[in-house]
Design a binder for this molecule. Structure first.
Ligand SMILES: O=P(O)(O)OC[C@@]1(O)O[C@H](CO)[C@@H](O)[C@@H]1O
Length: 338
C-alpha cells in the first residue's frame, strides 16, 4: 500500500436536488418551496468531495453520459474525475428538507450499467488503485447490476496494494458478506439499520443493546472485515477492529440542517485521519467530527476542515453503555480520549 490518494467508485451517482419545505411535509398539498439547490452527489462522489475540500488527493470514478451535468458540476468544483461513458445522463435524487432538519429522500433508480461498462469501470479502478492508499466502493448499484459486483471488485482490486472500504446497503451488502474472505473489505461502514439487517435483528436492538451490536459487528470480523465503522447518526459512531480494538465516540451538540451525506463525510473524515497517520481512536474522532459538521450544513454540502470540530467529539474505549473491553489494545482504554 502506498500513496496518499483515495479513489472512489460511485456506480450510481446522482444530482442531489434539495427542496426546502416551509414546514412539515403535507402529503397531497401544494407546497410553495422556500428554495431549491442542486449539488453533485452519490456516496462515493461525496466522499471524494469532502477529501478534496480538505486538500486531499481524491479521484472519483463514475459512469457519465456525454455532456452529463454531473461532470460539469464536479469539474466546476475542481475534482479530477474519471468517467466511463453511458448512454443516459445521471439520475436526480430529491431531498425534501423540513425546517426542523427532517429529510425525506426520493432516490431515482439510476442508469443501468451493462457488462462492458462494468468491465471498463473495474479497469479504471484498478488503474487508479495502483499507487493509491484507499479505494472506496460506495452507494447503491443501478438496476440490473449483479448484487455481487462489489464482492467481485474487492477480489479484483486486492492485488493493487490499495486498502478497500465499502459503504453499501441491502442486497449488495448481503452479497458482499456472503462472498466470504475474497469479498471482505478492509473497512466496512454500516449504519445501525444496515448492521441490523445483516444480523437479522431489529434496528432498535442494535441501537438499544450494546451486546447485540457487538455480536453483529463480531460476525463481520469473522467474515474477514478488518475494521468496522458503525455510524449511529446523532449518537456518533463505533469503531471495531479485528484485533479486538473497540472505541465509541459521541458528537458535539449541533443544529441538524441535513443528514444527507453525513455518513459519507464520516467515512471521508476517517480516511483523512488515516492518511495523516492517526491511531484508531483519532480516526474515529475525525469521522464523527466530519459527520456532525456535515449534518449541520444544508443539503448534500460537505464541510471544510475549518467547519470540523474534532476536540468537541468525546471518544471512549468500549461500547456506549457497556463496560470497556477487558483487555483493550489502547492504553487510553476506559478514559475519555480528548
Ligand atoms: O441511492 P444510493 O446510492 O443508496 O444513495 C444515493 C444518495 O442518497 O446517497 C448520498 C448521501 O449519502 C446522496 O448524495 C445520494 O443522493
Amino acid at each position: 500500500m502506498s500513496g496518499r490518494r483515495v479513489v472512489t467508485l460511485t456506480a450510481n451517482p446522482s444530482l442531489d436536488r434539495t427542496l426546502s419545505l416551509p414546514g412539515p411535509l403535507l402529503e397531497g398539498a401544494v407546497v410553495r418551496l422556500l428554495g431549491a439547490a442542486t449539488e453533485p452527489g452519490g456516496k462515493g462522489v461525496n466522499v471524494a468531495r469532502a477529501i478534496a475540500a480538505a486538500g486531499g488527493d481524491a479521484v472519483p470514478v463514475l459512469p457519465a453520459a456525454e455532456h452529463d451535468p454531473i461532470v460539469t458540476a464536479l469539474t466546476e468544483r475542481g475534482l479530477p474525475l474519471v468517467t466511463v461513458p453511458v448512454s443516459a445522463p445521471v439520475r436526480t435524487n430529491y431531498t425534501l428538507a423540513a425546517p426542523d432538519g427532517t429529510t425525506t429522500k426520493l432516490n431515482e433508480p439510476g442508469v443501468p450499467l451493462d457488462a462492458d461498462t462494468r468491465a471498463a469501470l473495474a479497469q479504471a479502478l484498478r488503474l487508479h488503485a495502483s499507487g493509491s492508499r484507499w479505494v472506496v466502493l460506495s452507494g447503491s448499484l443501478p438496476p440490473g447490476t449483479p448484487a455481487g459486483w462489489y464482492a467481485e471488485l474487492v477480489a479484483v482490486l486486492r492485488d493493487t496494494g490499495a486498502k478497500i472500504a465499502v459503504d453499501t446497503s441491502e442486497e449488495p451488502l448481503r452479497a458482499l458478506l456472503a462472498a466470504g474472505a475474497s469479498g471482505a473489505p478492509d473497512l466496512l461502514k454500516p449504519n445501525a439499520e444496515e448492521l441490523a439487517s445483516l444480523a437479522g435483528v431489529s434496528e432498535a436492538d442494535v441501537l438499544g443493546d450494546p451486546d447485540v451490536a457487538l455480536s453483529a459487528v463480531g460476525t463481520l470480523h469473522e467474515r474477514g472485515v478488518a475494521e468496522v465503522l458503525l455510524t449511529l447518526g446523532g449518537d456518533g459512531a463505533v469503531l471495531s477492529t479485528a484485533d479486538g480494538g473497540l472505541w465509541s465516540a459521541r458528537p458535539p451538540r449541533i443544529t441538524v440542517r441535513s443528514t444527507v451525506g453525513a455518513g459519507d463525510c464520516s467515512l471521508a473524515g476517517y480516511l483523512l485521519a488515516d492518511l495523516a497517520g492517526a491511531q484508531p481512536a483519532e480516526r474515529l474522532r475525525t469521522a464523527v467530527a466530519y459527520g456532525a459538521a456535515s449534518a449541520s450544513l444544508p443539503g448534500s454540502a460537505v464541510p471544510t476542515p475549518a467547519q470540523v470540530d474534532g476536540p468537541a467529539v468525546r471518544v471512549t474505549a468500549g461500547m456506549p453503555g457497556s463496560a470497556p473491553l477487558s483487555s483493550p489494545p489502547d492504553p487510553a482504554a476506559g478514559r475519555v480520549v480528548r
